[in-house]
Design a protein around this ligand. Structure first.
Ligand code: PMT
Length: 401
């Protein structure tokens, strides 16, 4: 499945709120995803940010009047509506929300919106009391019933000095909701259990054995599954990246904690994808206090951790079970062995020795190994793209069979 916005035309509507500056960053992010972006501003929005900024970044003229003449489209509000694959209004003021709910068309943006037939993503942002006002809530309810996708404002300190809901979410989160709205829900209702990140095995309160897993690969899988309509639980070791939106995150530290979290949730899952880099061993003893420097050499005795994936393979009934194999040599041989020993439906092999693969990178080069003995080597891709392709193959090669 295509995961970016290449070949899509998005109309970004900007209305007159203090958060209008954030739509400049949103425009940049939409373009980075490959979208052709046209910007429509209300007159009030132009008081907050100059149209020139949007013009330069979108590489298109900005529309802010019903009567502006452009060579690109003779009747802009109709032509742009016809071209749009989606419309994002961010920030959306109480005024535009009221006008859209009432069908009022008295400027370029509100008139254009009456002609739009593509999905609309609306990001309300205003003072908390205005947002909670019954008329605004009623109007939002009306727009929801018309099929508008409403991105809820965040709670926090607002520019007007109040604290509460009303703040425009950060642009990466708005982009994430745009991707969610435009991604087909081919995994609607499926329950996913995804693990990600490293485990930490402490031998005293301040030191531990671990590995450099950043969680990026597992988080990308959780995000992709959510975008495709799945209910996702993400069991995560300690990482510093933000959690995907609308995903239930269970934080764990050690392999034993991860094992408990996973086994507790296995029965309620349709698909289990184990991306976490679990420590195979843990220190036999854990000191209560920091171990002091002493003799020249010290030996750390280790004991085996539970092999979570192997146990899942033993217990599995109808679940689809996918593992990862992180190798430094003989990928095919080692991955194939794990696939068979752990009773998996598929295993994703990656070589940690390649610079664009494995720990911490934004990209990965993986080979998919299937239960029937076949394999599919893939090019270097963004981890988000690997995640979607993995889900495509789960649908084609496991669910549909
Ligand atoms: O997090 P990133 O920085 O994005 O890096 C991604 C990644 C390199 C961590 C990821 O792509 C990856 O390869 N994850 C699996 C790492 C690993 O532990 O591989 P393994 O070959 O040691 O383990 C095989 C499988 O058994 C894995 O699915 C693992 O989750 C599971 N396992 C391993 C040991 C154990 N005690 N219990 C397990 O469940």
């Amino acid at each position: 499945m295509k995961t970016d916005l290449t070949d899509k035309t998005i109309v970004l509507g900007v209305t007159g709120g203090i958060a209008a500056y954030k739509s400049v960053e949103l425009l940049r992010l939409l373009r980075k995803q490959g979208a052709n972006v046209r910007v429509m501003m209300t007159r009030n929005a132009c008081e907050f940010v100059g149209p020139l900024t949007f013009e330069a970044l979108s590489e298109h003229p900005v529309s802010n009047s019903l009567f502006d003449k452009g060579d690109d489209a003779p009747i802009r509000h109709i032509d742009w509506a016809r071209e749009a694959d989606a419309v994002v209004i961010a920030p959306a003021t109480a005024n535009i929300i009221g006008k859209l709910a009432g069908g009022i068309a008295d400027d370029a943006l509100s008139t254009f919106m009456l002609a739009v037939t593509s999905p609309v993503i609306l990001c309300p942002s205003m003072n908390t009391h205005m947002y909670q006002n019954r008329a605004v809530q009623k109007n939002l309810g009306t727009l929801k019933s018309y099929g508008y996708f409403i991105v809820k404002p965040e709670a926090g300190d607002l520019a007007c000095g109040t604290t509460g809901p009303g703040r425009l979410p950060d642009p990466p989160d708005i982009l994430d909701r745009v991707l969610y709205r435009l991604t087909p829900s081919d995994l609607k209702g499926k329950r996913f259990l995804v693990t990600a990140g490293p485990t930490r095995e402490h031998f005293d309160p301040v030191r531990f054995i671990s590995n450099p897993s950043s969680g990026k690969m597992g988080y990308a899988i959780a995000r992709a599954a959510e975008h495709r309509g799945g209910h996702v639980t993400l069991v995560s070791g300690p990482v510093t990246i933000p959690p995907p939106l609308n995903v239930s995150v269970v934080r764990v530290l050690s392999a034993q904690e991860m094992a408990r979290a996973v086994f507790d949730r296995m029965e309620q899952s349709d698909m289990i994808i184990k991306t976490a880099a679990v420590s195979d061993y843990r220190p036999k003893e854990q000191a209560t206090h920091k171990i002091k420097k002493g003799e020249k050499e010290k030996t750390l005795a280790l004991q085996k951790n539970p092999d979570i994936l192997k146990e899942l393979g033993r217990r599995k009934r109808k679940q689809v079970l996918v593992g990862f194999a992180a190798e430094t040599q003989e990928l095919e041989k080692n991955a194939g062995k794990k696939l068979a020993e752990k009773n998996l439906d598929m295993i994703v092999g990656n070589l940690l020795t390649q610079p664009e693969s494995g720990f911490g990178t934004d990209t990965n080069q993986v080979t998919l190994f299937y239960r029937d003995g076949s394999k599919e080597p893939l090019d270097v891709m963004e981890k988000d793209a690997v995640a979607h392709l993995l889900l495509d193959r789960i649908i084609e090669r496991i669910i549909r069979r």
